[in-house]
Design a protein around this ligand. Structure first.
Ligand SMILES: [Zn+2]
Length: 311
């Protein structure tokens, strides 16, 4: 939450959902039970984030990759009251990136500095690692409906995000994982293609399975290229897992979704405490609070602030 938001935006910027895409997510398991896989075409999700936050290309890529990973990690949660927050706190100019997914994989997020502009890196690509920074922390917060959330923290290893997510799974959850994330930004700065996949070895897996996976991943094109070519998430996983039988567990549609409401904004205001509320009420006739995830604006008059303060 942020009071007195400064960027103009709002729901009018949100495009109608394209009817051509029905399923953009797939979850699979291999017939031998050794590998589970998740793949997402996040083009519409990342484009929506870009429109809401007016992100510059390198931020579109960094935020887009994080949104894509967070959505897939949301679908790993066990029940519907759970949520996951992925926060990348690097020392680069983008600052902190924060994304939240619900249990269904519907996701929202923002970057602290959406307008960061950087030259392309040595490979002629958007310099995501340069924007995020090569040191700092990746924090994973899982709200499992218990009193205390689960918090995992690992140092940033590359700033390219996919490697950082892989590292998190290896270190914090001891799950050998292959992660690919990609965002292609078009000439007009809109999102041309975005997506990713996560492949994980199950505890009973044969040791050769991870090598098989790594060989397969090394052979395939970047995930954003595959999506740009029109490959579906299921086709991408089938191509990667061509040496395995693949059983589809779920095919569904994930979207950029914010669940902010007047009630949530009020709760956040109340948490500021009596003194701060009275100070705000004294300073202005009303305050404007904008949601950091969707930029929706809420007007709160001073007498309501006084009411929250218990007066
Ligand atoms: Zn919102």
């Amino acid at each position: 939450m942020r009071s007195r938001g400064h960027r103009s935006s709002g729901s009018t910027l949100w495009p109608e959902r394209k009817s051509s895409v029905t399923d953009n997510f797939v979850k699979i398991i291999t017939g031998d039970g050794f590998v589970r896989g998740f793949a997402l075409n996040s083009t519409e999700i990342v484009e929506r984030a870009r429109q809401i936050h007016s992100t510059a290309p390198v931020v579109t890529a960094a935020l887009g990759r994080t949104l894509t990973a967070t959505s897939m990690m949301g679908t790993m949660l066990k029940d519907e009251n759970c949520a996951i927050t992925v926060q990348i706190k690097g020392d680069g100019p983008i600052g902190s990136i924060l994304c939240v997914s619900d249990f269904s994989g519907n996701v929202r997020g923002y970057a602290a500095n959406p307008l960061v502009d950087l030259p392309l890196n040595g490979l002629g690509k958007l310099d995501v690692a340069g924007g995020v920074g090569r040191s700092g922390f990746l924090n994973i917060i899982k709200d499992l409906g218990l009193r205390e959330p689960y918090v995992g923290q690992v140092p940033i290893v590359s700033g390219e995000i996919a490697e950082d997510i892989t590292h998190y799974f290896a270190v914090s959850e001891q799950v050998p994982t292959v992660t690919a994330l990609g965002v292609l930004v078009d000439r007009d700065y809109s999102v041309k293609a975005a997506g990713g996949y996560i492949l994980q070895l199950m505890p009973n897996a044969d040791e050769s399975a991870i090598e098989k996976l790594e060989r397969a991943v090394a052979k395939v094109k970047p995930v954003s290229t595959l999506i740009d070519e029109g490959k579906t998430p299921a086709e991408i996983l089938r191509a990667l897992l061509c040496e395995f039988d693949v059983e589809i567990l779920e095919q569904s549609y994930k979207e950029y979704r914010c669940n902010c409401s007047r009630e949530r904004i009020e709760r956040a205001l109340i948490s500021l405490g009596r003194e701060e509320l009275l100070k705000l009420a004294q300073e202005q006739q009303s305050i404007e609070v904008s949601c950091q995830f969707c930029e929706r604006k809420y007007q709160v008059p001073a007498d309501e602030l006084r009411h929250f303060a218990g007066l």
